[in-house]
Ligand binder design. Structure first.
Ligand SMILES: Nc1ncnc2c1ncn2[C@@H]1O[C@H](COP(=O)(O)OP(=O)(O)OP(=O)(O)O)[C@@H](O)[C@H]1O
Ligand SMILES: O=C(O)[C@H](O)CO
Length: 307
């Protein structure tokens, strides 16, 4: 640990303790290693990238469902705030089409059974928001869309927007932020749960819809990946998050609904087909963070340098 990191650790520690107790509901000692080994150095790295450019930095965070993107963005934003940077967290989920627009979409194409896959987001809205954040004058208010996952019994809807006066750093996270279309030959023998003819057709279609998101990914200055040792861990982690939400008194999905929901995501953009190649892609990805089964941090490396 460098001197700067040790100093930051000391001054930030009370906020970290509060975060562990109130957000993660875990004893701080359990997360101290993650704080030292990942959160503090990563925040300092992001701060240095911001310093090296003259406008808002857009830091992408890619990771499957429940891999901890929101949590990572929250703690990074606390550390960066502590360092004096105005940091805004934006999720791909915040760009979902409204509930009624998604119902209309489903009527046109019944394969859009849930929110989530390419086609269910308002890309223009995302472009507008990111452009405004990138160009913002110090005091011009910007409306940030916010998605409420508990609305409509867990189907979710756009909630009240947040008004901000610009940001120095934007942490833009999502389950396919930065993910690009792949060669259609990958669907000749797709992995489960892409099992039936219809599954394959849907996966091929989703790959084409991904093209529409590329202008959004062009706004990213950097991209990090949260990469679980096994993508199937998403099932349990996504359930944990929903249970936590329900425990706060909100409505949410049942376990069975979550299982189908997560499987639907795998059918639309399978992690092995879409995320695995990115962990080798040093042109598009800056850092890979492996997540172990117990949620501890595994290897952290630049793409293509796993040891
Ligand atoms: N480092 C961590 N240690 C322990 N638990 C964690 C950690 N990170 C996240 N969690 C827990 O895992 C669950 C999922 O985390 P989170 O909501 O941050 O994931 P996500 O990737 O944003 O999910 P989604 O794609 O569904 O939005 C939550 O219950 C959260 O409290
Ligand atoms: O809840 C959702 O919409 C998915 O988990 C993606 O974040």
């Amino acid at each position: 640990m460098t001197n700067d990191q040790s100093q930051l650790l000391r001054s930030f520690y009370p906020t970290f303790e509060h975060f562990c107790q109130n957000t993660l509901h875990k004893p701080p000692q359990q997360l101290e290693e993650t704080l030292r080994g990942l959160w503090l150095p990563l925040a300092m790295q992001i701060a240095s990238y911001r310093q090296a450019q003259s406008r808002t930095l857009i830091q992408g965070i890619l990771g499957g469902q429940g891999t901890g993107k929101t949590t990572l963005a929250k703690i990074l934003s606390l550390i960066l705030g502590h360092l004096g940077y105005r940091t805004l967290n934006l999720s791909l989920d915040d760009l979902y089409k409204t509930y009624s627009d998604r119902l209309a979409l489903q009527q046109q194409d019944p394969r859009f059974i849930w929110r989530g896959p390419p086609g269910t987001h308002d890309i223009q809205l995302g472009l507008q928001v990111l452009d405004r954040l990138r160009q913002s004058e110090p005091h011009s208010p910007i409306e940030i869309p916010r998605f409420d996952k508990s609305a409509w019994h867990g189907a979710g809807d756009r909630g009240t927007p947040e008004i901000v006066n610009g940001a120095d750093i934007v942490l833009f996270e999502g389950w396919f932020v930065g993910v690009r279309p792949i060669d259609p030959s990958n669907f000749d023998r797709p992995p489960p749960p892409i099992n039936t003819y219809e599954d394959r057709q849907f996966a091929i279609y989703m790959n084409t819809r991904l093209q529409e998101y590329l202008p959004l990914w062009d706004k990213l200055d950097r991209l990090i990946i949260l990469y679980p040792v096994d993508y199937r861990l998403s099932q349990q982690w996504r359930k944990d998050a929903e249970h936590q939400m329900i425990a706060t008194g909100k409505t949410g999905m049942t376990d069975l609904q979550i299982e189908q929901f997560v499987e639907y995501f795998w059918k639309s953009l399978h992690p092995d087909l879409f995320i695995k190649p990115l962990i080798q892609d040093s042109q598009r990805v800056d850092l890979v963070i492996e997540i172990n089964c117990d949620r501890s941090i595994g290897k952290i490396y630049r793409p293509g340098h796993p040891s």
